[in-house]
Design a protein around this ligand. Structure first.
Ligand code: FCB
Length: 453
């Protein structure tokens, strides 16, 4: 049984589960969906570990009703999902009402089960026809148009909306390290993309608020601590640069502050893409901030030329430490450290933990998945949350990543993050031990009889 602090019972604290469009829906053309950069990336040989794609994924596009029932059965009253931009607009950026209808059906189903939607407008699946992707300033304006469409057509049913999910990944994994779509490897490009993503966020918030004033608007980030590999001044400097890219790069503009000089210097002449007035656009007042937390990073001084441009090199975690199936260090203290660090530096609005979870590839045996690694991971991270809340941090909710095993980006289907097992041959869903543990907690505490630790 999961143990939670009294301040975290579902009557006082929001418990939810999270997914994203590309990872679960399936990407067929049905409903007029247009290709996204992740479809293109999957089609390139060698990009996805198991050479798979999002074509079928969890077939959620057809199975959403069953999935909503599952969410309800597990006792969740909140569900975070993303809307696929590529279902909402045609290649000429006109509204595709069939795509919109899918989300209307999903929202109907959620409503019938008393589940509150928590939507994200962009979780990486950028429509391919937006030329230049995030390197093109126009994409930020197209995002604002798209946000406005959603506000007009679904806005009255969405109480809380995040513009972007983890823009660090879109910018730096997509345009610098090249491991995510679109797979570019250029430092200046990554910084241009980061700037345009922040601009898109600001323009998107403005566009939404021009339609609807009552929606709580925010952004989902994945700030991280980057610890130095050794105490040497070089490694410490490298870790500081890595942290700047991860945190300052996004949080500074969101709160009206310039990028640190180190980041600006890395843009070279491209710094001209940052126009006068952009910072004001980026710094729209936020109603909440979503934080996704999985692990920490370790950085050291650069070795190769490309790492020198970046200023640091990520080091793989120590294999003697506890790692999840994907090889990420299990480091629960990082959740407290990162939130305390952020609160000390920026005037954050209320926080929601919008993703936390572990890859645990334990297979199903006789119809049961004993995902003990995940169960322990969740418990130790919830303990950190309890400490943070006790010390007064303004954290309003916790969403586990993820409801379902799904398409884990460049790892394809090789990493299972779900609390519900998915058999990708039959699409059968089977709640794992972790899901049953959460279910017990949520059902139990809904009956107002919680046993506190
Ligand atoms: C986060 C992503 C999410 C999922 C988890 C494991 O960075 O937001 O889509 O892939 O990692």
């Amino acid at each position: 049984m999961l143990k939670i602090a009294p301040s975290m019972t579902p009557d006082r604290f929001e418990w939810g589960c999270a997914t994203s469009s590309f990872q679960i829906e399936g990407t067929g053309e049905e409903g007029g969906r247009v290709p996204s950069i992740w479809d293109d990336f999957c089609a390139q040989p060698g990009r996805i570990k198991d050479a798979s794609s999002g074509l079928i994924a969890c077939d959620h596009f057809h199975r959403y009703a069953e999935d909503v029932r599952l969410i309800a059965d597990l006792g969740f009253k909140h569900y975070r999902f993303s809307i696929a931009w590529s279902r909402i607009v045609s290649t000429s950026n006109q509204l595709n009402t069939h795509g919109l209808d899918f989300y209307k059906r999903l929202l109907d189903e959620l409503e019938q089960h008393g589940i509150t939607p928590n939507a994200t407008l962009f979780h990486w699946d950028l429509p391919s026809h937006l030329e230049g992707g995030w390197l093109n300033r126009e994409t930020a304006y197209r995002f604002a148009d798209y946000a406005q469409l959603i506000a007009q057509h679904l806005g009255d049913r969405l109480p809380r909306v995040a513009t972007l999910n983890e823009p660090w990944c879109s910018a730096f994994l997509g345009y610098d390290l090249g491991v995510f779509a679109p797979g570019a490897q250029n430092r200046e490009s990554a910084l241009c993309a980061a700037h345009h993503l922040l601009l898109a966020h600001g323009l998107g918030v403005q566009a939404w608020r021009s339609e609807r004033e009552n929606t709580a608007l925010g952004i989902v980030l994945n700030p991280e601590l980057c610890d130095p590999a050794t105490p040497s001044p070089q490694d410490k400097y490298a870790a500081m640069l890595a942290e700047c890219e991860r945190n300052e790069c996004f949080l500074n503009p969101l709160f009206g502050r310039e990028w640190p000089v180190e980041l600006k210097a890395q843009m070279g002449t491209q710094i001209q893409i940052c126009k006068e007035g952009d910072l004001e656009i980026c710094a729209q007042p936020l109603d909440f901030i979503g934080l996704n937390y999985y692990t920490r990073s370790i950085a050291k001084a650069p070795e190769s030329d490309s790492d020198k441009t970046r200023g640091y090199l990520f080091v793989a975690p120590d294999p003697t430490k506890d790692l999840t199936s994907i090889g990420w260090e299990i480091y629960p203290e990082g959740l407290s450290r990162v939130i305390n660090h952020l609160n000390a530096k920026w005037p954050l609005p209320p926080i929601w933990i919008t993703e936390n979870g572990a890859a645990d590839n334990t297979p199903l045996e006789d119809g049961i998945c004993h995902d003990d690694l995940r169960c322990n991971y969740l418990q130790t991270h919830l303990d950190q949350l309890a400490n943070l809340l006790e010390k007064g941090a303004d954290i309003r909710g916790y969403y586990v990543w993820s409801l379902l095993d799904n398409f884990e980006w460049a790892q394809g289907y090789s990493q299972r993050f779900g609390i519900v097992h998915v058999d990708f041959q039959t699409q059968k869903r089977t709640p794992k031990k972790s899901a049953l543990m959460i279910q017990a907690l949520l059902h139990h505490s809904t009956n107002h009889d919680v046993s506190h630790p």
